[in-house]
Design a protein around this ligand. Structure first.
Ligand code: AGP
Length: 607
């Protein structure tokens, strides 16, 4: 996720902008830049890498004079994290500079159109289209140019704009991306995150979708999308700087769990058009897909468990055999891979050593590789033949949450895409599943909202070693639920395919043994219910996880966590959320260092 800041006042702008960017550093970024208005010109300074480098380059801002400017930290989505792709972007005539937080979904078509009209692009970003559109529509009336530009944009954006013709003014626009105005005395600010504002002012105006504003040192004017002036209330922020960095949440993990509806939406939105799934800038034809004899999914840890869930969706919808392999095993397995194998390599960081090695091994044997990766420009993204980015934004907590659910989302999209191309689904079913996917973000939010009782359940169940059981897609969720519990609460947790219990593990069930039973697969409900009865007969206390309205489960389990009803193949994306929260509250109750669990690293770059 990118961050934006802006300042207009009587002081030097650059040091204020740099300080604001430092406050946004916690969100994660890979490049940073500022643009300052001075003497009728815009001076842009930007670097790939750390803000410290930008401070060094600009003498902590002293080398960039001017009292109005905009700044940006970039988390690469379109184009690698290079100096050219860093924001701010300048118009060809040097009159406008723009910073942008969000994704412009129709940027390819806008880019083509602008190139046709003679504009030249310096970067690969979606954002650069915005600054050229501003130049294109500008005829001396900035408000009109901003409104016409915004009307052309599809997607999400919070924009900060400066123009040489108005040397002390900043312009901002918001659509589906956070934007807050800071109200000062003789100076005004904007930022994508209140963190960047609270050390300057606690008086803020929250911008709504479709609104835009003009800020000068002495005034803030907000307009609606028709250009009508609005009277916006000024609110008072009570957060401390420290709390604001985590958006008011106690831990990054909790913040990232809560961000899942938005993250999943970001993964879905650019890929569903007119009820059809599209891939990013590449296609697989029915003929190419028929030439694939098997798919291998390879990854480590949670990414591997996402693959375990994804396998069910791909096999069920596409009828192509799928093998899910731990990358640390596959790399040494002399794998049976050839040019008829498609390999899906999943990684949040894109830098996991074992996953990179497995990818190289498969490629050397002729396989085609699609990377499902969060970090743009990472090694796995570069080595893959094609990349499907997960658009989760920066994930800071070591335990992945939104990284995992966005990986699942991309796997679901891939399964639907391939099934459609192969002609293996009738049109009504395809359309219904696409619609169901589009509801995922809302359903995740409902899942979070309906599970307020999880802190109490965590203290009841997370008191000793735990077993997680389930069948099929539910088993895949059990694997991830147990891993979450282990890594942050340090409790012993094991997952078992429910049908396997009686082949040995049931010997471990004693009085009061906590068992978490995932039962979201309706066709296997009675089977899992009979496993619940078996463990209960041996004294286990059972916390079941099932869809709302399932009366059978209420009569068998000691406690039940509910999720909204959903197509079984997509249920993992909902069912995992209460398990993340259960682990979170268990760890909190035990006083663990939730965001940085002992012995673990966010990115495992060594074998
Ligand atoms: C999950 O919570 C873990 N921290 C870990 O299992 C992680 O998923 C694994 O190391 C893979 O990382 P990657 O997605 O960055 O490749």
């Amino acid at each position: 996720m990118c961050g934006i800041v802006g300042f207009t006042g009587k002081l030097a702008a650059a040091p204020v902008l740099l300080q604001g960017l430092e406050r946004l550093e916690y969100r994660g970024y890979d490049s940073a830049g500022i643009a300052v208005l001075d003497n009728g010109a815009i001076r842009v300074e930007k670097v790939s890498g750390r803000i410290a480098k930008l401070c060094e380059k600009t003498g902590n801002g002293a080398l960039v004079p001017g009292a109005a400017g905009i700044g940006h930290t970039r988390w690469a989505t379109h184009g690698a994290p290079t100096d050219q792709n860093a924001h701010p972007h300048l118009s060809n005539d040097g009159r406008f500079a723009v910073v942008h937080n969000g994704i412009i979904e129709n940027y390819l078509e806008l880019r083509k159109e602008l190139i046709r009209d003679g504009y030249t692009f310096q970067s690969e970003t979606d954002t650069e289209t915005i600054v050229h559109l501003l130049e294109h529509y500008y005829d001396g009336d900035i408000k009109a140019a901003v409104m016409k530009t915004a009307a052309r944009l599809e997607g999400s954006y919070a924009l900060g704009i400066v123009c040489t013709d108005t040397p002390d003014a900043l312009y901002v626009v918001r659509e589906a991306s956070p934007l807050i105005l800071g109200v000062g005395v003789g100076e005004n600010y904007f930022a994508s995150d209140v963190t960047a504002l609270v050390s300057h002012t606690k008086n803020v105006i929250y911008m709504e979708d479709g609104e835009f504003a003009r800020l000068t040192p002495g005034a803030i004017t907000v307009y609606d999308c028709t250009g009508r002036e609005l009277q916006k209330p000024i609110s008072r922020v009570t957060w401390s700087v420290e709390a604001a960095e985590k958006g008011g949440y106690e831990h990054f993990m909790l913040k990232e769990i809560m961000e899942q509806p938005a993250a999943v939406k970001a993964a879905l939105a650019p890929r569903i058009h007119d009820g059809k799934v599209q891939l990013d800038g590449f296609e697989l034809t029915g003929e190419q897909l028929r030439d694939i004899h098997k798919i291998i999914i390879t990854a480590c840890g949670s990414a591997y468990y996402a693959g375990c869930s994804g396998r069910y969706a791909i096999e069920r919808l596409c009828r192509i055999p799928v093998e899910v392999e731990l990358a640390s095993e596959l790399r040494y397995a002399d794998p049976m891979v050839d040019e008829h194998t498609l390999v899906l390599v999943i990684s949040q960081s894109g830098e996991t050593a074992d996953t990179i090695a497995a990818l190289r091994e498969c490629k050397s044997r002729g396989a085609k590789v699609i990377g499902i990766v969060n970090v743009v420009g990472s090694t796995i993204a570069k080595l893959s033949d094609h990349v499907l980015y997960t658009f989760a934004g920066p994930e800071i907590a070591v335990a992945t949450t939104k990284g995992y659910t966005t990986q699942l989302t991309v796997l679901y999209l891939f399964a639907l895409y391939a099934a459609g191309k192969l002609g293996r689904m009738d049109a009504d079913r395809y359309a219904a599943l696409v619609r169901e996917l589009q509801h995922l973000p809302r359903r995740i939010q409902q899942t979070i909202d309906m599970n307020w009782q999880l802190p109490a359940l965590a203290s009841r169940y997370a008191s000793q070693s735990l077993f997680f059981i389930g069948r099929n897609t539910d088993y895949a969720v059990a694997l991830e639920g147990a891993l979450k519990m282990k890594e942050i609460s340090y409790l012993h947790a094991e997952s078992y395919a429910a049908g396997e219990l009686k082949h040995g593990t049931i010997a471990l069930i004693e009085e009061n043994q906590p068992v978490i039973a995932v039962c979201c697969n309706e066709s296997l409900m009675d089977k899992t219910l009979s496993n619940i009865v078996e463990v209960k007969a041996r004294g286990a206390k059972v916390l079941a996880l099932s869809f709302k309205g399932n009366k059978k489960i209420v009569s068998q389990a000691d406690d039940v966590i509910f999720i909204p009803r959903i197509e079984t193949i997509f249920s993992a994306c909902l069912a995992v959320v209460p398990l993340q929260l259960l682990a979170y509250y268990a760890a909190k109750g035990r006083g663990c260092d939730i965001d940085k669990p002992k012995n673990l690293a966010k990115s495992v770059t060594v074998e």
